[in-house]
Design a protein around this ligand. Structure first.
Ligand SMILES: Cc1cc2nc3c(=O)[nH]c(=O)nc-3n(C[C@H](O)[C@H](O)[C@H](O)COP(=O)(O)OP(=O)(O)OC[C@H]3O[C@@H](n4cnc5c(N)ncnc54)[C@H](O)[C@@H]3O)c2cc1C
Length: 405
């Protein structure tokens, strides 16, 4: 625990969920003078693979700028591995495409970081402020919705009142459920297998994504020339891959990935995550806002889930800070609507592109192969299309606040 007195019965904002997105919101609000309480039921145990957290995220260049502005990046940068190039190709080797950071005049397209490192860096940033209380392990027993506030009763008997409750509690959000908000869901019937692997050759900052009919295989550059794989496969195939002995898995990986980095010589422990797309039917209600996976969950093939969540956190923090400056009630629907309206275009366009990618690369309709090849050739040969794609996917074209005061 840090910051506020344990017995305080009021918080300006209560954030439920201390994952990367909930913590990003706490970081963004920590210097505003508002009293913030984060309620985390107990962070999931880190699962190690070759000594590294098997959960990693590619943080795109635009979001690195946000984390720099938040004062988080300074604690994270030595654990971050730059992605300078990305190579995308499909199972028929038709029209591969290469993205290079020099084409958008940046030093990297993004950085690969272990999720636990990001969380630790955010915790360090939060400790710089007395305004954030991190309660863990803690859970809410009951919520009472009133006109002007929400009363939050914790399982330890403590009661807190707040004008705004934020659900940052992940894809199965309890807050969302308590607010009576349903979801649109898309089950990809796939699992994402993650592991740390060691290739023979240095990755030299290259990331690889190979699209297969059963789902994409990503090989992402980590520090010390290790790589992280995210191998998305249909459920039965994923289960088969998970059951394999280490040697058989390495062989399957080498066959599927190819010789781009020589052979992959070692693979650490594997973990598998079910993949689904999901969007909350409402992102805000009076006195409630959803951010991160609680609001939307996307296929990890573009590595954008937490990037979207961090952008949610920044825009919501800005709206809360502005409302306070102008003496508005930041839990009122009129204020929260402004957050929702700014975020929906970004979220919906990314969700639609993920769906499109998924269909184009896994669909079996006649003509799709040719369409895919043509699309890749067009994107690869046209500097302008490539620039737009790169600026959009790295979040560099978005007007997102980098600092809140
Ligand atoms: C295989 C895979 C690879 C991915 N790769 C990338 C990538 O490269 N780049 C990227 O941007 N995204 C990636 N993602 C997506 C990314 O991991 C998620 O978008 C991100 O973790 C969501 O963060 P969050 O904080 O919203 O939710 P979570 O990480 O789910 O955090 C929610 C937190 O809330 C807590 N909580 C839950 N319920 C309660 C409750 N009732 N009370 C209190 N606390 C509660 C949980 O303990 C948890 O700490 C990937 C996802 C997968 C599955």
């Amino acid at each position: 625990m840090s910051g506020l007195s344990q017995h305080s019965d009021y918080a300006d904002v209560i954030i439920v969920g201390g994952g990367m997105v909930g913590l990003a919101l706490a970081c963004a609000l920590r210097h505003t003078g508002l009293q913030i309480v984060v309620i985390e039921r107990g962070e999931p145990q880190v699962r190690y693979s070759l000594g590294r957290d098997c959960r990693v995220s590619a943080i795109v260049r635009g979001n690195v700028r946000i984390l720099e502005g938040l004062g988080v990046w300074k604690y994270l940068q030595e654990d971050a591995s730059p992605m300078r190039q990305m190579r995308v190709w499909d199972h028929q080797e038709a029209g591969g495409i290469r993205f290079d950071c020099s084409e958008i005049e940046e030093d990297a397209l993004g950085y690969l970081v272990e999720n636990s490192c990001t969380q630790q860096a955010m915790h360090r940033a939060i400790l710089e402020s007395d305004n954030v209380e991190f309660c863990c392990p803690a859970e809410i027993a009951e919520l009472q919705w009133q006109r002007e506030q929400v009363t939050v009763k914790l399982t330890d008997g403590r009661t807190l009142n707040t004008p705004l409750l934020v659900g940052a509690d992940g894809v199965r959000s309890w807050v969302r459920e308590q607010a009576g908000i349903g979801v649109w869901q898309r089950d990809y019937k796939q699992k994402g297998i993650v592991a740390t692997v060691r290739p023979q050759q240095s990755h030299r900052g290259q990331a690889f994504q190979r699209f297969l009919p059963t789902g994409p295989l990503a090989m992402l550059p980590m520090t010390d020339d290790l790589c992280s794989i995210v191998w998305s496969a249909e459920n039965s195939e994923a289960e088969r891959l998970m059951r394999m002995e280490d040697d058989a898995f390495l062989q399957a990986l080498n066959l599927t990935f190819g010789p781009m980095l020589g052979r992959v010589v070692e693979a650490g422990e594997r973990a598998a995550f079910p993949l689904k797309g999901q969007l909350a039917r409402h992102v805000v209600r009076e006195r409630v806002a959803l951010i991160g996976d609680a609001a939307h969950c996307i296929h990890p093939l573009a590595g954008l889930g937490v990037n979207l969540g961090i952008r949610d956190a920044m825009v919501l923090a800005q709206e809360i800070a502005d409302a306070r400056r102008f003496d508005e009630d930041w839990g009122a629907l009129s204020v929260l609507d402004r957050y929702m309206k700014q975020r929906l275009p970004d979220v919906l366009s990314i969700m639609a592109s993920m769906e499109g990618f998924h269909q184009i690369f896994t669909g079996r309709l006649p003509g799709l192969k040719e369409l895919r090849g043509l699309g890749m050739r067009l994107a690869g040969n046209s500097g302008a299309i490539k620039q737009i794609l790169m600026r959009n996917s790295t979040g560099l074209s978005l007007p997102v606040p980098k600092q809140i005061s």
